[in-house]
Design a protein around this ligand. Sequence first.
Ligand code: ADP
Ligand code: MG
Length: 316
Amino acid sequence: VDEFGLIAKYFSPLTKGYAGAHNLTDDAAFITPVAGKVLTVTTDTLVEGVHFLPHTAPDLVARKALRVNLSDLASKGAKPFAVMLNSVFPRDFGSDWIGRFAAGLSQDLDAFDCCLIGGDTVASVGPLTIGITAFGWSDPACCPHRSGAKAQDDIWVSGTIGDGGLGLLAAQGKLPDPGGALQSRYDLPEPRIALGQAIAPWVSAAMDISDGLLQDLGHIGKASGLGAEVFVSLIPLSASYGHSGYGGLAALTMGDDYELLFTAPADHADQLLRLAQTANVDITRIGRMMVPMGIICRDQDGQDVTPLRRGWQHFS
Ligand code: ADP
Ligand code: MG
């Protein structure tokens, strides 16, 4: 199959009739604004060997690429509706591989109520590389930034921390993972879309955690001109994580969580807990923002146990 045959066969159906996509037969897509909404846009690229292991099943590659983008939209309180796909396929990938990739993408586009509106398809000698750009609608009154945290605000996280990072070790055969619970958190993160929309009016700052909780909290701190104190004993850990022998401190520097990290005034706590319950996601208070810059981790006795390495960085 040639490039245009691939697009027509595998990708056009994923437009689900979105009018502005013209069935992927035009040069560009057209997005009609929704009155009173802000168009929120994000993009993330996954590279074989960097963001997923070589020989990962094609449907999982597609679904993870979509989900990490939806996680960014979730953190901004946006409701996703469309995505674009930039695919760099190794030359020897056949239509069978691409068909399975498209099937995985289709499954999760359905699950998250989105459609495909365009993209680019190229073949290359380099590693498989998938870029997705995702579009969502936000309420202009509630678009949380990284920069809005205030001193004394509570720091919250959704779900459990560290499972994705251990999932990578499990996928590499470096850690036992009976039942595969950890690896599934690495392969298929759960974008907290309903939670993100629900809490957006109540948070002072929000982001999604992808490169390690401490490093990402550092981004909120820097953008807000504040520091933070994190209590290691409060970090929510799953049962599988608990069985691994790793502690809460290690979880703070592992990547691939795709949970929400947010700050809010202490008197919003009850409301946030109620909203999280409705969204069916646990949220946990792990610390508070403070005036002195810098992130400090404390153990149960209040001792400073801040690790030197805070997360994942591409250029170090
Ligand atoms: P151009 O050469 O004008 O950039 P292309 O031939 O690359 O256009 O693409 C034709 C159409 O197919 C465009 O609408 C483009 O958005 C869409 N398209 C190409 N590749 C993909 C893909 N991987 N996923 C979704 N849409 C795609
Ligand atoms: Mg092109």
